[in-house]
Design a protein around this ligand. Structure first.
Ligand code: AMP
Length: 499
């Protein structure tokens, strides 16, 4: 049923599975999808601006490809930099015969250049990448092309091959140096497109910590890397020309640094190793630890907490909003699982205001305003999804209190769903701080599943699942039901480990 989506790839893969089943009936088989890593693309990156009825009827959306390679790049970059992937913003450039770029923000793919099919994006060996769709209509209307001819044109006669007659970058580089104009054009088209995507993805992530190159061209062509990385000083990315020219990867050296010592962005060449990444995925799947085969690691009685929005403020901010020397007034009893003060503030965005935003009793070292997705549209702002407490690289917002108004330069986030628990509970469930789990809540004989819940370990009496009202209703729990569950004290939950 997926053949239509990737006619060149899926039918042969299914034929291979069938044949292996016949030849080796007892051998477990695992299918690793090149699209899986991009399952985290947010709607803004996943959707095309087409009528919803057409989208639904034809299954049109962006899937992204080369996911196995981009995931491997993220792992390799994190290991090389000795910084966990959830703390890095990486632009990964897979430049082989097929080519794509991915924006990997704090461990998740949030943008990638290939779309519903592997045709979108970069200039490739035989595929053109981004073109004005009007060109296709123009060719169809000309009567000289039908669907089959267009398919051939775009998949096999375009890209480097279409411009120069060859898809071999080594030959193109050589001929360009000898004066071949078509090869010169191809090289500049190729590198310009990549530079455009690097700049775009840095903007999408609000900055970049590492830019990595992999694939036949990415690993071997110092010239292409140079052309892609020139004049990126505005991103604080500086290439070390000597390191770039001499970078050489082999079985022992799988990552090479090519940035200048004072570059704030690490520039890296990473040996593509999709085979190892696939083997690891298969191993974790067979060991029952992958997301889709998650094994239950524990049952627990958990509290639920919903708070559409809240502010955690520093004492300095409190004094600017409420007056000098102001102390937050304790509310007495915990409200929706959070200890909130009696004091409230208003949030002001370009689209509107939200009054009566609760301020948490606990002071923060940094100001942090957590809002819900619905709030984003009331205020007219865009809050990145973050683990509570992580305001790096987030936008600001204007706050108003009874005694003053101030604009934060950062601190506005939308909280990633999380499960707080004490260190002993974490030890009992064998989960670590920052780990990801799936939580299934059972109520009234029904189950609500929350995928991809981040574990936060902090001294606390009981495990508490923090949800947004929108998320709860997306999981099929209505507002009233949720409140009933919250007042019930605790609900039983099954906790599974995610990949
Ligand atoms: P892949 O699909 O990852 O095997 O990459 C194939 C592409 O890498 C082809 O366009 C090759 O011409 C290119 N390639 C391989 N080695 C080099 C090299 N030393 N310099 C430039 N391009 C290369």
């Amino acid at each position: 049923s997926l053949s239509d989506l990737a006619p060149l790839h899926n039918p042969p893969a299914v034929a291979t599975i069938r044949l292996c089943r016949e030849l080796l009936p007892d051998l477990p088989q695992v299918a690793v999808f090149d699209t899986a890593f991009h399952a985290t693309l947010p709607a803004r990156a996943r959707e095309y601006a087409l009528p919803r009825d057409v989208v639904d009827r034809f299954g049109i959306r962006r899937y992204g490809f080369h996911g196995t390679s981009h995931a491997h790049v993220a792992t390799a970059v994190a290991a090389y930099m000795k910084v966990p992937a959830p703390q890095l913003r990486i632009v990964s450039c897979h430049l082989g015969n097929g080519a794509s770029v991915a924006a990997i923000e704090y461990g998740r793919s949030i943008e990638t250049s290939m779309g519903m099919t592997p045709m979108e994006g970069l200039v490739m060996g035989t595929r053109c990448g981004d073109v004005d769709p009007g060109i296709l209509l123009h060719l169809l209307h000309s009567g000289k092309f039908d669907a089959t001819a267009l398919d051939q044109l775009l998949n096999t006669r375009a890209g480097l091959s279409g411009v120069t007659g060859t898809n071999d970058m080594r030959q193109i580089e050589k001929r360009a140096a000898q004066g071949d104009e078509s090869c010169r054009l191809a090289l500049t088209l190729y590198a310009h497109r990549i530079r455009k995507y690097i700049g775009a993805y840095a903007a999408v992530m609000g900055g970049v910590d590492a830019i990595a190159f992999t694939g036949g061209v990415g690993e071997n062509s110092a010239l292409v890397r140079h052309r892609c990385l020139q004049r990126l000083e505005f991103l604080r990315a500086l290439l070390d020309e000597e390191a770039n020219r001499t970078a050489k990867l082999d079985a022992a050296v799988t990552v090479a640094g090519i940035s200048a010592p004072h570059s704030q962005v690490r520039l890296l060449v990473v040996r593509a190793d999709e085979e190892t990444a696939i083997a690891k995925e298969a191993a974790s799947c067979l060991a029952g630890t992958s997301r889709r085969h998650a094994a239950t690691i524990g049952e627990a009685a958990i509290d639920l907490s919903i708070l559409a929005r809240c502010a955690r403020l520093s004492q300095a901010t409190i004094e600017r909003l409420f007056g000098q020397g102001h102390r937050l007034q304790q509310a007495g009893e915990p409200h929706t699982g959070h200890q909130v003060a009696r004091d409230t503030i208003a949030l002001i965005g370009p689209g509107g205001r939200i009054e009566d935003v609760p301020v948490l009793e606990a002071l923060g070292a940094h100001d942090q305003i957590e809002i819900s997705r619905a709030d984003e549209f009331v205020l007219g702002v865009d809050a990145p999804v973050r683990i509570s407490g992580d305001v790096r690289n987030s936008p600001g917002i204007t706050l108003e209190g009874p005694q003053g108004r101030m604009s934060l330069s950062e601190g506005l986030v939308s909280a990633r769903r999380h499960l707080r628990m004490s260190p002993p509970d974490a030890a009992r469930l064998d989960v670590r701080d920052g780990g990801r789990v799936q939580v299934t809540i059972s109520h009234n004989g029904r189950h609500a599943i929350f995928d991809d819940v981040t574990v936060l370990v902090a001294p606390l009496a009981r495990p508490t699942l923090h949800l947004e009202p929108d998320e709860a209703s997306a999981a099929g729990i209505g507002r009233g039901e949720l409140e009933a569950l919250m007042h019930q004290g605790s609900v039983s939950a099954a906790i599974r480990r995610a990949a």
